[in-house]
Design a protein around this ligand. Sequence first.
Ligand code: G6P
Length: 483
Amino acid sequence: MASVLVASNRGPVSYTVRDDGSLNARRGGGGLVSGLSAVSSEDSVWVCAALGEGDREAVRRGVAEPGVRMLDIAPEVYADAYNGIANSVLWFLHHHLYDVPREPVFDAAFRRRWESYRAYNRAFAEALADAADEGAAVLVQDYHLALVPGMLRELRPDLRIGHFTHTPWAAPAYLRMLPEDILQELLWGMLGADELGFHTWGWASAFIQGARIDSPQGYAEGVWPSGDPWRGVEHGRWDGPGRSRRRTRVRAYPLGVDGDDLLALAHRPEVDARLASLRAEVGDRKTIVRVDRTELSKNILRGLLAYRELLTTHPEWRGRVVHLASAYPSRQDLESYRAYTASVVALTEEINAEFGTPDWQPVLVSVEDDFTRSLAAYRLADVALVNPVRDGMNLVAKEIPVVSEAGCALVLSREAGAHEELRGDALTVNPFDITETAEALHDALSMPPTERTDRTKRLATAATALPPQRWFLNQLEALREQS
Ligand code: G6P
């Protein structure tokens, strides 16, 4: 039994089966792993899904890491919940990614997938209910598990339940594309929590504004008392055993990076070696660095178009700059992601064919999951390009200023969560405006060294203001303070 519980789709460890049949465990990184390390592992449990065959085999063999509980959800249920709903519907809604003349289509097949999403959320709620001590604090993560707070509240009214959304939250009009009953189920799921956390006030207020229910089941409405720091949603349910009138607090916890940890990672010998080989490729040219998952919301294609426009309208940069782009694979089960990855590669080849010379390749793209190369590129960055169409936070925008050796100028989309904190020292762009982005790249490349250094220092300070452990503990303390 545990007094602190975390639930997320992807857990801190993943297994593969070796050729000899033994299991290989690989521990992941990320903010949550680092955040949870702030509490003793004896009192905590992390509930996550078995993602692949290796994980399922680990569950069957009972090879559990201490403090980790992996759920072996039937593969077809899992696929429909993860790919079919979380990544194809909720991710698209919150990032405003739909090609609206064609999508979304909410038909019978969608409703079958939604049932899987419900079953997958229920498996998490039951596992949490089973593992939690009386009065324990539970921190549920992200859009995959939006129904868990409501389900868990019914199973265990004694628990303190928080939910943190790592993505943006859809604007109210976009959210209302969902069928009304599904939208209400989603909202009731979230409102089961005592506290809802978002990376920024922008996303938190989108939630509050969109959380309107007026139905025979009950009501919900945002409350924002003037002069009172309490903001959230008031709601009441009139049906069933959950009959209640409650308030859910909504807050912003802007996740930052742990500067010391990141610098230590970036100065390991293998990163030094990669840096040396990248330097040899780049020569004395300037670098524009970007690092993303090949993710539709990251806007990699418009970033490349802006770079092409830079080379066209400012030909003085030809031969004097290299664009280092890491676009590592993600969600390749989804056709739209495979097509996007192919477009990134094709556009890169076009630009290299159009401008390249025997001794200069304008874009060096890597489509491998190669963290060592990314860190080496961070160290080499003169300019960082972070131009998502919409992004919950974007930690790359915070990491590059901490790691870059000569200081970097940050070209940053106004739609990235990180923009709320970094706007003062970044060059802000509208992610749809190629010409503005090209001009911002030109300004960034031309920025005087002292200005670049000063801005980078301030960016690094802002980036490290709320490192993962503090981010996690602040949420835990806020939950425990709830009366
Ligand atoms: C986003 C989500 C995370 C997720 C990550 C990688 O940042 O907010 O919850 O872990 O994408 O996505 P994946 O589908 O590979 O877990």
